[in-house]
Design a protein around this ligand. Sequence first.
Ligand code: MG
Length: 207
Amino acid sequence: MSMRIGYGFDSHAFKAGVPLVIGGLVIEHSEGLAGHSDGDVLLHAITDALLGAVSAGDIGTFFPPSDPRWKGAASSVFLQTALEEVATAGYKIVNIDTVLVMAQPKIVPIAGELRERVAELLGVKPGEVGIKAKTPEGLGLDHVAMAHCTVLLESLHAPEALEHMVATADAGSEEELNAVVEGLIGSRRDISALGRKVTPFDTDDLT
Ligand code: MG
């Protein structure tokens, strides 16, 4: 089965006077995250992981900070674009895993809610989303929020191995064809699934 992985990272500094938005949730806290958009560090990391998994560039490629259209934008817009890129490339999400790194606020009490919100935005089940949290011990970065994300995708189309076997059947000898058929459907010699027609009799009988 054709699978791809992606990895994303992002960081934003805390800033007074703006709401804290993480994973599409507005979280009660004394400060928010500075950024051209809503500063949603988690959705930015997930967006980059998705884009990276299909080699479609990164969030800055699609939404440059210099573009005034994205000032204060909800980061779910970025995520939606990444999901469209994944679908266009012919893939769907198997699961994602994330790590949030920040001193405050504590993520554990809201991890379940975050997981459900992120799953909803991604169109997957909550059981396909991992939300983990760390404090930046020893990094001296208590004023910063960081997020890491890995994503696994699988092909929406026929597995590559099957395509390979069909291609072999189209070009190969009878022995190869037999091996392909047995690989596909066991010992039954029904090759209709391959879209290839064979004569119903032994051509040697014609001579
Ligand atoms: Mg960002």
